[in-house]
Design a protein around this ligand. Structure first.
Ligand code: FAD
Length: 341
């Protein structure tokens, strides 16, 4: 069989990292990324890019922990390299605070992040309305630089990038041996997945370089995440809303909530508003499928539905998707050598 041809549909953090893992695990493959949008116009560009996992109710916790650990280790090594600033990856310390002690005092990821501990009474004095808190150090991606860094790496190893809207995965069957679906919320239409729904998020990106620590209200509704250049203030979680238009009332509400946690943000400047649709479902769809029409077959691997945790889990799920692509290629090679006998 000639070099297997693999198409990855989607150029958000999931598509780009999956394409990279495929080349790393199958250097003989010819890989292309096809997407109707690239950075800076994807949901991944809007994200805060914090490595704090969101829990998927339909995925076993040990698997979620493995994906997070793999992602954390990968980005930790980038943060310790000369590439860190170009890739937009940095360590960040801060606090997750609660008005009441949470049911689960120790989240599953507490031994993956660095230095996880309960906050001291002295630290809690900064947040008079909160009674409990956790302090830790994690990693943050500045999302557009990280996506551009991934694109640059892919181009350097010969991956082709095409701007193309795919109406139906089957349209790729004559050009590619394996198709990987990393279309994010676009998979709702692309593969008719009714269990995939948007959770709209509005955030503000502001200039406030004196804010150095992250602050996250434990339920995830209000957060302050400092990046290399901008601080992300959030947020909202609006299930089933497809609107990409910023809402001015929500902007004011987010700003007020964040100022109540960090009053110095009153001096923030250059406020930009962004909206993104988290591609949410019960669990990440990470599986193989064989499409067939009139005797012809197309191997597909799905990797979408990362909801609020795409950055936190991307490397782990990309590795698993690449392993599934390897299984597809082995099956194709097996059937082509049987056909020659
Ligand atoms: P996308 O980035 O949407 O990429 C999908 C790609 O597929 C796009 O390139 C699109 O153009 C392409 N596409 C879609 N349909 C088609 C088609 N038919 N043909 C061709 N191309 C197609 N996660 C974290 O881990 N940490 C955070 O701090 C965090 N903060 C967030 C804050 C907000 C406000 C939001 C909205 C999300 C946040 N997330 C966070 C979640 C994270 O952004 C997502 O989980 C992640 O971006 C999903 O990546 P993706 O590549 O699947 O989707």
């Amino acid at each position: 069989m000639a070099a297997p041809k693999v198409a990855v549909v989607g150029a958000g953090v999931i598509g780009l990292s999956t394409a990279l893992c495929i080349v790393e695990t199958c250097p003989s493959c010819s890989v292309a990324v096809l997407s109707d949008q690239f950075s800076p116009n994807t949901t991944s560009d809007v994200a805060a890019g914090m490595l704090i996992p969101h829990t998927y109710p339909g995925t076993p916790i040990h698997l979620q922990k493995q994906w997070f650990k793999e992602t954390f280790s990968y980005l930790f090594s980038i943060s310790n390299s000369a590439e860190a600033s170009e890739a937009g990856i940095h360590l960040i310390s801060g606090w997750q605070i609660f008005k009441n002690t949470p049911k689960e005092e120790l989240p599953f990821w507490s031994d993956v992040v660095l230095g996880f501990r309960s906050m001291s009474e002295a630290e809690l004095q900064k947040f008079p309305q909160h009674r409990f808190g956790q302090a830790f150090t994690t990693l943050k991606c500045d999302c557009p630089p990280y996506l551009l860094w991934l694109e640059k790496r892919l181009k350097a190893i010969g991956v082709q990038m095409y701007t193309r809207k795919v109406a139906d995965l089957w349209e790729l069957h004559s050009e590619y041996n394996v198709v990987v679906n990393c279309a994010g919320i676009g998979a709702h239409q692309l593969v008719g997945d009714e269990s995939l729904f948007p959770v709209r998020g509005q955030v503000l990106k502001v200039h406030a370089p004196w804010v150095k620590n992250f602050i996250r209200d434990g339920d995830g509704s209000t957060y302050i995440y400092p990046g290399i250049y901008k601080v992300t203030l959030g947020g909202t979680r609006e299930k089933d809303s497809w609107s990409l238009s910023p809402d001015p009332g929500t902007t004011k509400d987010i700003f007020d909530r964040c100022c109540s946690l960090e009053p110095s943000l009153q001096g923030a400047q250059d406020i930009k508003v962004k909206v993104g649709l988290r591609p949410s479902r019960w669990c990440v769809r990470l599986q193989r499928e064989v499409l067939s029409q009139g005797g012809a077959k197309l191997m597909v691997v799905h990797n979408y539905g990362h909801g609020a945790g795409g950055f936190s889990m991307h490397r782990g799920t990309a590795k698993e998707a690449a392993r599934l692509v390897g299984e597809c290629i082995a099956a194709l090679q097996g059937s082509s050598s049987r056909a020659k006998l």
